[in-house]
Design a protein around this ligand. Structure first.
Ligand code: IPD
Ligand code: CA
Ligand code: CA
Length: 260
């Protein structure tokens, strides 16, 4: 018999919590930093946490597929696919800044049904299961009700990411229209939107492991997580999260088309 979403979610919460504790053991210590071919940094903590999650998944569900940032994809014919970002915000982690996370998503037949974003140094976990609601430390998580872009708090990770991807002309109208923006975003930006502490999070460059938990988390929290074309996907090249009132406004602004 197939496990229920609720069983899978509880399992995912438990292993992500344990992975988070493992990363805390390395946090604010003198860590060696390697540079990957894409020039992003990686540490022993990233690899340790992903190896732990893979091993935990494989021992409970030996046939499930696994896609993770730091090791090769495990493929099979299983309808279940776990997607791991062992540390999102590695740059924060290396700097000893607590806004990093451990991300885990579970797809069943191509649809994400469970997602966890764990922020161990902040003692915060935001998670959701399909039809089971979104939760912030086991209390309901809800997007906020701001409906005017001029009052929106916008979270990003690094201004240079927009320049690098030639996305600055798209982002500038959002920046000009919002209340203010803050950086150090990474996954925490999307978690802030899902918990009503910010209205919009924007990232011009994403991989599936950066996004995996957020489609389901934002949906269950009453909001949206899409690519910049408004597609409900974790496989887009970029991402935006927002509450329903602001979704069309931010997409229109990104495309400089205020009539949308
Ligand atoms: C990064 C974060 C960041 C995004 C980058 C990613 P990492 O992930 O998700 O928000 O802008 O493109 O590489 O490397 O810290 O896991
Ligand atoms: Ca990431
Ligand atoms: Ca990562």
């Amino acid at each position: 018999m197939r496990p229920s979403v609720s069983e899978l979610l509880e399992f995912a919460i438990s292993i992500t919590e344990q992975a988070g504790l493992r990363t805390l053991a390395y946090y604010q210590t003198d860590l060696a930093v390697e540079t990957k071919p894409d020039e992003s940094p990686v540490t022993a903590a990233d690899k340790d946490a992903e190896a732990f999650l893979r091993q935990a998944i494989e021992s409970r569900f030996p046939d499930h597929r696994i896609l993770g940032e730091e090791f090769p994809e495990k493929e099979s014919s299983s309808p279940y696919k776990w997607i791991i970002d062992p540390i999102d915000g590695t740059k924060s982690f290396i700097a000893g800044v607590p806004f990093y996370s451990n991300l885990l998503g579970l797809e069943v037949e191509g649809e994400v049904v469970a997602g966890i974003a764990n922020f161990p140094a902040l003692k915060e976990m935001v998670y959701a299961g399909k039809g089971l609601g979104a939760w912030w430390n086991r209390k309901p998580a809800r997007v906020g009700s701001v409906s005017d872009l001029r009052k929106a708090r916008v979270m990003i990770t690094d201004f240079r990411h927009f320049e690098k991807r030639e996305a600055w002309p798209k982002f500038k109208p959002v920046l000009d229209s919002c209340l203010f923006s803050r950086t150090w975003g990474d996954a925490y930006g999307h978690a802030l939107v899902a918990t009503g502490r910010a209205e919009i999070a924007l990232d011009p460059g994403m991989n599936p492991w950066d996004c995996a938990p957020f489609g389901i988390i934002l949906k269950e929290a009453g909001g949206f997580f899409t690519d910049w074309d408004g597609n409900d996907t974790i496989y887009g090249p970029n991402a935006v999260s927002a509450n329903p009132e602001l979704k069309d406004q931010v997409l229109a602004c990104l495309w400089n088309d205020r009539s949308r």
